[in-house]
Design a protein around this ligand. Sequence first.
Ligand SMILES: [Zn+2]
Length: 271
Amino acid sequence: MEIVFGNSGFVPAPEALLRRGGAWRWRPLRVRFGVLRHPVKGVWLIDTGIGPEVTEAPGRSLALRAYARLLRYRLSIDQSPQAVLGGMGLRLRDVAGVIVTHFHADHVGRLGELPMARVVAHGPSLARVRAAHDLANLRHGVFADLIPQGVETRMTCVTSVARATLPFGLGEGADLFGDGSCLAVDLPGHAAGHFGLAFPHLARPLLYAVDAAWVLPAPGDTRAPGYPLRAVLDDVRAAEASMARIAQWQAAGGQVVLCHDPAPSGFDVPS
Ligand SMILES: [Zn+2]
């Protein structure tokens, strides 16, 4: 299976906020999304990255405008999902499905461009988004208007998928393609239902830990970031337990990629 990560855009953040002991220098964080090419299940995206639906679409809600202005996202047009797929000889309509790791705006921004794709996501979290008031969602960086109406009819809930054993003693994960090649790993704390993806069949198994940390922590450091980032976590204790799972994966020799880490990964599309 082929795995690549595109960078849909940048979001500036001071390093000291992201990692304890980090410098007070602003760094452009990446906003990765993944493209999987599975020999049987076809082409799948991991999230959709940040898109114009968040940063510039004229019909955006006031809340979305305020959010985009506050975080100062900058799109990288040459690495939109369309551009990255194009570089692989593919089009958006070739995408069989999207694995949505959580419902934050910078992970679902372009879902509206994939109206036919299957979706794998954490169903209870989506139900919570649908039921919540806009203000409550805004507090969590979630905008119901970015999640297509009726997506539930083409969605598989990750909790309903048969589970298989994860490497390195991490327990079990949902076996998304039924062949052990891509397993959803519970990494709660950052957002409700947040999960990562393990690829155990690679020569050096990969854990895409998405937003369980913003930058790769120093080996063994399982502390959640300090305030104010700590305040946006869904559950601080769960976040620290998820960081401990990342540390366990690294200590056993596995590789880890994160959504926002500015350091290049071996899976990134060259820019
Ligand atoms: Zn997030």
